[in-house]
Design a protein around this ligand. Structure first.
Ligand SMILES: [Zn+2]
Length: 302
């Protein structure tokens, strides 16, 4: 999904990306990326660990490695030498790697060993998959737009359109279905309980969102029992395509102005939620200027 090669090989931009990424995750950047004579030092970040009675600052030595162009894993011999000395030298508690590929088995073993021997308190590796998982979720779209403009066009990460995020969860298990849209092996649907009268009227009684399979079965059975009718369904990933999204909105508008289609209050409310939630993926990013303009329009009641 995200092509990490969009960031040039030199590594400096990767370090800036890593800084912005960790900042977005809530880490405090103590020293920004710095290529000093000490070589090994990339960045120091801290996080506040909140206990019930006591809070503590945890300091990470962050190493950023951009091997996406060579497609090589980050290993302990060439890329990450002297881990312990580096962590101790900067009074850090733990070691963190931000990698555009993965950590080699040898590096993982080495870190595991350092932790088990209590030489370092903790280690954490953000590899390309883990970073990608974060980038498609709410709050990271600006970062994708800035550092991966080409990937942004096809991925369209979730972003804020209105003032508040509009969620789209499975009505049975609560799973975030917007996030699920990015995973190929998982799919979700929207379904409506509809009753067809003999005089040709369609009553759309209720609408639900669900994971395909078990959750859908449970919801369908619930609808059948409640309304004694069947459900129509459509794939959420289809409606999330710009052309289908427009078709979906148009067909609802057509039905609302057609006396043969009668939407219940609940069903219409769900349809509105669906459109607002999906627009956070389908629409392009709102620019700061547009956000400002929207606020002034709201202020003057336009
Ligand atoms: Zn579910």
């Amino acid at each position: 999904m995200i092509d990490f090669k969009e960031i040039e090989q030199s590594g400096e931009i990767w370090e800036l990306f890593s800084r912005d990424f960790l900042q977005q995750l809530g880490f405090y950047i103590e020293t920004p990326p710095n290529r000093g004579p000490d070589g090994g030092k990339d960045m120091l970040v801290t996080e506040e660990l909140k206990g019930k009675f006591h809070s503590q600052r945890f300091r990470w030595l962050v190493s950023c490695k951009h091997n996406a162009h060579s497609e090589k894993s980050v290993n302990e011999n060439d890329d990450e030498k002297n881990i312990l000395e580096r962590v101790q030298g900067f009074n850090a508690d733990g070691f963190m790697g931000v990698y555009s590929t993965i950590a080699s088995c040898g590096l993982n073993d080495r870190l595991e060993q350092l932790r088990n021997n209590k030489k370092i308190s903790e280690y954490r590796i953000f590899d390309h998959k883990l970073i990608e998982n974060h980038l498609i979720t709410m709050g990271f779209s600006q970062l994708v737009l800035r550092y991966f403009p080409e990937s942004y066009k096809s991925v369209r990460p979730i972003h804020l359109i209105l003032d508040e995020f509009v969620p789209l969860n499975c009505d049975h298990c609560g799973k975030d279905l917007l996030e699920a849209l990015y995973k190929k092996d998982f799919s979700a649907l929207v379904a409506s309980a509809t009753k067809y009268d003999e005089d040709g009227k369609h009553h759309i009684l209720d609408t639900y969102f669900a994971c395909k399979g078990k959750c859908d079965k449970v919801m369908e059975a619930r609808m059948n029992a409640k309304y004694e009718t069947i459900t129509d369904w459509e794939d959420l990933s289809d409606i999330a395509m710009p052309n289908q999204f427009l078709r979906w909105i148009m067909s609802i508008m057509n039905e609302l102005s057609d006396e043969n289609y009668i939407y219940s209050k609940d069903a219409l409310k769900k349809q509105k939620q669906l459109i607002m939630a999906l627009s956070q993926k389908v629409f392009r990013e709102v620019t700061p200027k547009e956000r400002e303009r929207m606020l002034s329009l709201v202020q003057f009641g336009l």
